[in-house]
Design a binder for this molecule. Structure first.
Ligand SMILES: Cc1ncc(COP(=O)(O)O)c(C=O)c1O
Length: 339
């Protein structure tokens, strides 16, 4: 059993079939094909408004390009201190922002609170020697597996508006959050003030399919050029767009995420029955964060079960890990099976 992440499984059958179907014949390259055009329209329908869509092959590319269009080289991007953009992308966002910095704030379960962001922004001196804050980036689902509620998103959106920041959402697990909240894509994004979104599909059945979705038109102006300079204008773009065709057809994306979340709930419920096991915080999407005895950790590893130990940096104040315990992360996916 492998709970290391949701990218340890391959692509789903409908996605692969869509690629096979798109494979035949000749079509225009570099995203000028019929499938890419169709999928751009589909994104408009999904988000209930006109959006600009830029297909990329990795979540890191999506984040780096999105942030580079929102933050000038002298600017600051606020995020959680465990955010993927600050911790797991080898400096790609800063590289593409050409000198801008990421400022990591604390928060339980890797989530940011609007009031904490507000306090931080107000604490920054308004002097020319201080990099001005230009964007806020959050991960929906958070790196702690938690989902921002619609009110929390609205509060963060309001802080961004008040302080003139662009609001970026890293949606590597966008749809896991979406089905957890039971809302629409529009309600979880631009209706709450999100300006630019890294829309992930790879973790939920795609082969390599991510997209930058832009709601604030000014942020899309130079994204074509930025994408090209990043090597992300994909020559056989139709095969990336086709993945989204298979992904969106018949609610496949929603079904996959509902399944992954259900598997996490099941896992979470089972773990809670075990003596000495408790959850660091609730299971809200497809990731489970239990604190388990080291003896159990050893037994699970001996049984060949794969997962990652996790940082205790974002535990609630009331929680602490004893010497005989360890915090781990277990991730379920669209392909997880209940035994
Ligand atoms: C929160 C988050 N953002 C972005 C990514 C995408 O990263 P990658 O460049 O590996 O596709 C991941 C993948 O682990 C992630 O967990």
């Amino acid at each position: 059993m492998n709970f290391a992440s949701d990218n340890i499984v391959g692509a789903s059958a409908p996605v692969l079939q869509a690629i096979m179907q798109a494979n035949a014949g000749t079509m225009a390259a570099y995203g000028n094909d019929e499938i890419s055009k169709r999928i751009r329209v589909r994104f408009n329908e999904i988000f209930e408004r006109e959006v600009s869509v830029f297909f990329v092959t990795t979540g890191t590319a999506a984040n780096a390009l999105a942030l580079s269009s929102a933050v000038p080289p002298y600017g600051l991007c606020v995020c959680h201190r465990e955010a993927h953009v600050i911790d797991d992308e080898c400096g790609a966002p800063e590289f593409f922002m050409h000198g801008a910095k990421l400022a990591g704030l604390p928060g339980v379960g890797a989530k940011l609170k609007a009031e904490d962001v507000e306090v931080y922004l107000k604490s920054l001196p308004k002097a020319v020697k201080q990099m001005p804050p230009k964007a806020l980036s959050i991960s929906q689902v958070s790196e702690g597996g938690l989902v921002y509620g619609l009110d929390e998103l609205a509060a963060l959106g309001a802080v961004c508006r008040e302080h003139g920041l662009s609001f970026h959402m890293d949606g590597a697990r966008f749809v896991n959050a979406l089905v957890s909240l039971g809302c629409t894509p529009a309600e979880m994004t631009w209706k709450r003030g999100v300006d630019i979104l890294s829309f992930g599909a790879t973790k939920n059945g795609g082969l390599m399919a991510e997209a930058v979705v832009v709601f604030k038109p000014a942020l899309a102006e130079a994204l074509d050029y930025r994408s090209k300079r990043a090597g992300q204008i994909i020559s056989k773009g139709r095969l990336v767009a086709a993945q989204f065709e298979g992904y969106f057809a018949d609610d496949h994306w929603l079904d996959n995420a509902r399944h992954a979340n259900r598997m996490a709930a099941l896992l979470s419920e089972g773990l809670r029955q075990l003596p000495g096991v408790r959850l660091a915080w609730p299971t809200e999407a497809n990731e489970v964060f239990p604190i388990i005895p080291k003896t159990l950790d050893q037994a699970l590893k001996a049984a060949g079960i794969l997962y990652h130990p996790w940082t205790d940096l974002s535990l609630p104040e009331t929680e602490r890990i004893a010497d005989h315990e360890v915090l781990i992360r277990l991730v379920t996916s669209w392909a997880s099976r209940a035994r």
